[in-house]
Design a protein around this ligand. Sequence first.
Ligand code: WT7
Length: 570
Amino acid sequence: MVSGTSTWKAPSIDGLPEGRLNMAHEAVDRHVNHGRGATVAMRFLSEDQPDRSLTYLDLSIQSSMFGSVLRTLGATAADVVFVLGGRRPESYIAMLGALKAGCAVAPIFTAFGPEPVRQRLSAGRGRILVATAAAYLAKVRPIRDALPDLRHIVLIGPKSEGIEDAGVYPWDSLMSEASPDFAAVPCDPQDRAFVHFTSGTTGTPKGAILPHQAVIDHEATARSVLGLREGDVYWCTADPGWVTGTAYGLIAPLTCGVTCIVDESEFDARRWAAILQDHAVSVWYTAPTALRMLMKAGPELWHHRDLSALRHVASVGEPLNPEVITWGRTHLDRVIHDTWWQTETGSIMIANGPRTAVRPGSMGQPVAGIEIALVERDEHGERVLLPDGSPSFVKEPGTQGEIAIRTPWPSMMRGYLNAPERYAACFAGGWYLSGDLARRDADGYVWFVGRGDDVIKSAGHLIGPFEVESVLMEHPAVVEAGVIGVPDPLLGESVRAFVTLGPGFEASEELRRDISAFARTRLGSAVAPRQIEVEPRLPHTQSGKIMRRLLRARALGLPEGDTSTLGATA
Ligand code: WT7
């Protein structure tokens, strides 16, 4: 249905003979071939050890060695190599090595609990996993029986020696025997490079497949939107468990040949301000939640701070409040540039670039080569499609609609893993339908309105209410659960759950805490609800679905809106 094209050719991409391509070749090996091997590619910072730098040559050699390791383990293009390694050097080396070997890479966020990890590994039929020893012990070992496909686990980080489980090997012992003689596999530009899991309103997470040719858009937008150029020290604060952390924390900047900063430690306001200064960061790509936390830490952090190297600041993932922009102007003396995209779009689609005038509160304008339109929705919030299947567009400036993008573009997702219908449902009449609602002003600036679905955005990460509800319902006391996002001054939204109890269970603080602990253990801190409320009953539609919209309206004291579909038990 959506036919991609393989004929793209950007000047800063070398490609491989006969129209072939490999992302890792463009990001790493190409620079070595062009005599830039001695440039520092990545500098890793952590609280408890000295900084470690890897040059482009180091990355090239070590990723080739990991490519050899994967070959020895029997990996082929059919494999999805999972990485549960956080921001450690080995994670990035493993991802590049897997790309070189022609495997797809699926990074998993380390703050997930065993249940989200199991779902993702099962969906990708993962045979090979790279994980920190800590993540393996806490999240994978307890569920290994439920993962029959998982054959090989490569352990990284402290304590990875001495675990004697079958099929588990320490990174160092595999790498010490690996040959660096391994050239990147020439892939079809459309071949899958990354599988990034993202959450929907219903069902299990969707594994969005991004192709090798996404590197074309990564490189182009890194230059045009983030303004990257030779000699830059670039800090993308995103974790590689999310698409920003791979697309703009690894592939895009390396393809541009800059030096990337990776901070392995968790957020700390004082440390972050010091990193910007001490490492002379010139381009900084971060997220509204982090910026709000920096705001909260107080203005002293920026007194006498030398940020003279800092040329460009950009943000992504959630609405960038105008007050954050004002704060940036006052305390950093910089304008913060919003950018909009999604896992599915693979690269930045709408942005305030270095050369456009920022309108605080607006996400900016479509990037070069991208055409967007706003799709009409009817009074029930459903898309309006014309008889020929194409979308009906909003014409009037200032009128709200769903962001649609004309297909194709190089980084566009090529599918959802094992879910062709869910993939097909994202497209109509040659357009990709994003699910996000926005307005466009007369000058073409796009203003975010909200999501068109029930998916929760907390600390920049998408959380599917259905996944959380399913786990809550596995608690012996819980009969039914409804999960929504409520506004949170730091996180954007936080997860709130409403549950009903089965016969014989009485609501008590103790039980509530027990359900909360159960959810945290199963789901992990990134996904578990912050707040759980016990209710006598939940509102349903006549067809039996929980009305999350109504839960949200009630929780926030908003008008309940159209309740014509409300069932009798509400
Ligand atoms: C969703 C996509 C962006 C790549 C990493 C996250 C929300 C993204 C903005 C923005 C308001 C934004 C949207 C979008 N979002 N950027 N600048 N302003 N909302 O990718 O996890 O797939 O999330 O993030 O709702 O649909 P993702």
